[in-house]
Design a protein around this ligand. Structure first.
Ligand code: SAM
Length: 290
């Protein structure tokens, strides 16, 4: 650590990607906006004022104060079209800037992941699996609205206990071995040489010091992000991109691991958060990470 390994920019990711040189990024690790709506200035104002819009306070089960989370069930067909369009624009741009064999590890959402898979495979990516991030949320599992007593034994949808992170790869040039030699990509780095990278990762939501350092509504914990960021560059060589960096958890993880990265964030307030807190987050000692 020590040397500045990262570059962060306050910009629109799509504009930035258009101008980026082809085959100049080695991995993408990102957590994009999901309804695409929730991070519009209008919805962010509602979230910051704690009123209305897509952001809702989850039910209070244990008396502790909860932060609003976006409600994806309110999305209408117009919003879904916007989401499809978002990924239909994003996937070919990522395909162009990635080197052959480069991976995309992208956070997803149960009700919406089929749109992402369809856009990325249409753009030419191979689907290589998905990581189940075991995180207990308060989404779903509720009894029918307005009939809690009548239907005590029912849940309208399952209580969500894991978050899918999709793994895509730009096809390799030749065999994986040749691609690794030429581009340093094509595989996922193992946590230890005798332990394969696994698709099941226990990960509680970001809390405590981390959440205080970077109070972004979708902050991902370093204990999780460091594992996937490390896996994304098989030989530890090359550049990782997070085009939707929020408060910069991917960039902080890469910096902690001594890997080069680029982060883009459109919202000025979140960008300033990232600028201030990436150095702090990257220094954080977290159990179970290197
Ligand atoms: C789900 S959050 C990422 C949170 C991040 N993983 C963290 O741990 O802080 C998505 C971010 O993408 C940003 N965003 C949305 N559209 C964007 C765009 N076109 N260009 C750059 N950033 C964008 C939003 O402002 C939001 O901060």
């Amino acid at each position: 650590m020590g040397r500045q390994l990262y570059e962060i920019l306050c910009a629109d990711a799509f504009r930035w990607l258009e101008r980026r040189r082809a085959k100049s990024i080695h991995a993408v690790v990102t957590d994009p906006p999901y309804s695409v709506l929730e991070y519009t200035p209008e919805q962010l104002n509602k979230q910051r004022n704690g009123r209305g819009g897509i952001w809702r306070l989850p039910h209070n089960y244990d008396g502790s104060k909860r932060k609003p989370v976006p409600r994806f069930t309110v999305l209408r067909s117009k919003d879904l079209e916007r989401l499809q369009d978002f990924h239909a624009r994003l996937s070919p741009q990522l395909f162009r800037v990635l080197v052959p064999g480069g991976h995309v590890i992208i956070a997803s959402q149960h009700l919406l992941c089929h749109f992402v898979v369809s856009a990325f495979t249409d753009a030419g990516f191979e689907i290589r699996g998905q990581i189940a991030r075991i995180v207990k949320t308060l989404r779903g599992g509720d009894r029918p609205k307005g009939a809690h007593e009548e239907f005590r034994d029912l849940s309208v949808s399952p209580r969500s206990c894991w978050e899918p992170w999709l793994i895509f790869r730009k096809p390799c040039e030749g065999r994986v071995k040749e691609n690794l030699e030429k581009w340093h990509t094509g595989a996922l780095r193992r946590p230890q040489s005798d332990v394969p990278f696994k698709d099941l990762i226990e990960s509680a939501p970001a809390r405590g010091t981390e959440k205080r350092l970077a109070p972004h509504p979708s902050l991902k914990p370093q204990a999780f992000v460091r594992q996937i960021v490390r896996a994304s560059l098989p030989l530890g060589k090359g550049v990782i991109l997070d085009p939707f960096m929020g408060s910069g958890s991917t960039i902080a993880a890469a910096h902690h691991l001594g890997l080069r990265s680029i982060g883009i964030e459109m919202d000025e307030e979140f960008f300033e958060l990232a600028q201030t807190f990436i150095p702090e987050l990257s220094k954080l000692q977290v159990n179970g990470t290197r």
